[in-house]
Design a protein around this ligand. Structure first.
Ligand code: NDP
Length: 480
């Protein structure tokens, strides 16, 4: 059977390119998901120009029609969530239920922003000068460059594209090379939902070519990026150098604090879910499990028992708890960090081994380190795999200090039955998001998402806070 070729979408046309990339299933590397056109520099420039040309009309497009387009896209994504979930699990490797959940999330996001189109409220204030009124309104920013990572192939594009379009911007979208299929399906749905030519452009291709042009082009007014810290920092420097607006979501080294009074079952479920589900490939994953002495040994024992029952396998197979790692590079990174942990003196209590399954894929057993300390590299650097380290704290105060002792600040969790400790932790955790008796990963779509310190830069994403990035404020003075 001939492998299907998927094209880029530029200025209202599906266009092929000279080179293609082959998208493979990480659960079975002999399974080819499709071949995807790789945009070159010229096509990227054409996409940016198309977005620029389409901007004035889209900024003034009738609100009801703009809302209808997003609502139609939402309805189709939700109606096709099982099929799109299969595609997503096949190209990225998260389990089928996780993938279907992610697709549903993308559909809900478009539904939310279909409503937000109609809620573009401004403010009207009296002036300090007699007879003058002041009006504050929000206007679209212009052309938005959207650069997304591989770990949420449809939800992250959705949570950037939906607000960009809702607030009247046009978009040049570059998905991660590893996961173009879900991105392509999303763009196909939006195009058929009725977007005018040029409003949304898809340029699949290399970060160093396509991404670089989006970042450096003066025709791109804002860049929204999710990915690694190193890439994010270099993107920010380049966008700011040309006075563009930039928003970054980067890594995490998220702590889950477990105190003596915690419910043990809740603690174990939060740790398993937050550290290992989605193969630990979430920026909100809890990779540091900081545990106080009264519960430490019971927690470690219960984690080991629970991990022994976790099933690693083909993302599409029924009963799989954890799918494969996304690719060979990430697998090598994970394995090298497991070695580093052992060399640093942490004790590998469970997993950390490459596994063979029916098909050739990138399977890794979930790794749990104990006797780790917060100065070790496995406790300081984002691994982005199914690897967690238990760190013993002297007491709650020490646990909080360790939780905050990191260059990151995306999410911080606590498992406790004490209202006093939960309240204290909420106030003092240096993170953009705090979870109480919940896993650090797993967020709602209608509220702000983002972190502090090295994790995020610029305005928050999602919910109505997304307007901070995707709009610019105008203050008008009227002498009536
Ligand atoms: P990157 O930061 O390298 O890539 C993210 C996106 O940026 C991709 O679309 C990538 O394109 C693009 N990109 C790469 N280089 C440039 C550039 N010079 N200019 C503009 N865009 C560029 O992350 P990866 O996906 O390669 O993952 C590497 C590591 O990043 C992971 O191991 C993990 O630690 C971390 N990561 C963190 C995430 C988070 O949410 N915190 C999400 C994903 C990864 P291309 O795919 O073509 O390289």
């Amino acid at each position: 059977m001939r492998t299907q070729l998927f094209k880029n979408y530029i200025g209202g046309q599906w266009v092929s390119a000279e080179s293609v990339s082959t998208n493979r299933n990480p659960s079975n590397i002999n399974d080819i998901v499709g071949e995807f056109s790789q945009a070159d520099l010229g096509q990227t420039k054409a996409a940016i120009q198309a977005a620029r040309d389409a901007f004035p009309a889209w900024a003034m497009f009738p609100m009801q029609e703009r809302s209808n387009i997003l609502a139609r896209a939402s309805a189709e994504i939700l109606a096709r969530k099982d099929e799109l979930g299969q595609l997503l699990a096949r190209e990225e490797g998260k389990t089928l239920p996780e993938a279907i959940g992610e697709v549903a999330r993308a559909g809900q996001i478009f539904g939310f922003f279909a409503g937000e189109v109609l809620r573009m409220a401004g403010e009207k204030l009296p002036s300090v000068r007699a007879g003058v009124d002041v009006e504050i309104t929000r206007e679209p920013l212009g052309v938005i460059g959207i650069i997304t990572p591989w770990n949420f192939p449809i939800a992250i594009p959705a949570w950037k594209i939906a607000p960009a379009l809702a607030y009247g911007n046009t978009v040049v979208f570059k998905p991660a090379e590893l996961v173009p299929a879900s991105a392509w399906a999303l763009v196909d749905i939006l195009v058929r939902a009725g977007l005018p030519a040029g409003v949304l452009n898809l340029v699949m291709g290399r970060g160093s070519v396509v991404g670089e042009e989006i970042v450096t082009s003066r025709e791109v007014d804002g860049v929204s990026f999710t990915g690694s810290v190193a890439t994010g920092q270099s993107i920010a420097a380049k966008v700011v150098a040309r006075m563009g607006k930039v928003q970054l979501e980067m890594g995490g080294k998220n702590p889950l604090v477990i105190t003596d009074d915690a419910d043990l079952d809740v603690a174990v479920e939060c740790a398993i879910q937050g550290s290992y589900f989605s193969t630990g490939q979430r920026c909100t994953a809890s990779s540091r499990l900081i545990v106080t002495p009264g519960i430490h040994d019971r927690f470690v024992q219960a984690m080991q028992a629970r991990l022994s029952a976790v099933k690693v396998g083909d993302a599409l197979a029924t009963g799989t708890d954890i799918g494969p790692v996304v690719d060979q590079n990430q697998l090598e990174t994970d394995l090298s960090y497991i070695n580093i942990g052992v060399e640093e003196g942490a004790r590998l209590l469970h997993g950390g081994e490459r596994l063979q399954r029916q098909h050739d894929g990138f399977y890794l057993s979930p790794a749990l380190f104990v006797d780790a300390d917060n100065t070790m590299r496995i406790a300081r650097e984002e691994i982005f795999g199914p690897v967690a380290a238990v760190i013993r704290a002297n007491d709650y105060e020490h646990a909080l200090e360790l939780a905050n002792d990191t260059q990151f600040g995306l999410c911080a969790g606590i498992v406790t039955t004490s209202l006093k400790l939960a309240t204290h932790f909420k106030r003092h955790a240096q993170a953009g998001m705090v979870m109480v008796n919940l896993a650090t990963a797993g967020v709602d779509y209608h509220v702000p998402f983002g972190g502090r310190k090295g994790s995020s830069y610029g305005p928050r994403e999602q919910g109505r806070y997304a307007a901070e990035f995707y709009t610019t404020v105008k203050t008008a003075y009227v002498n009536a």
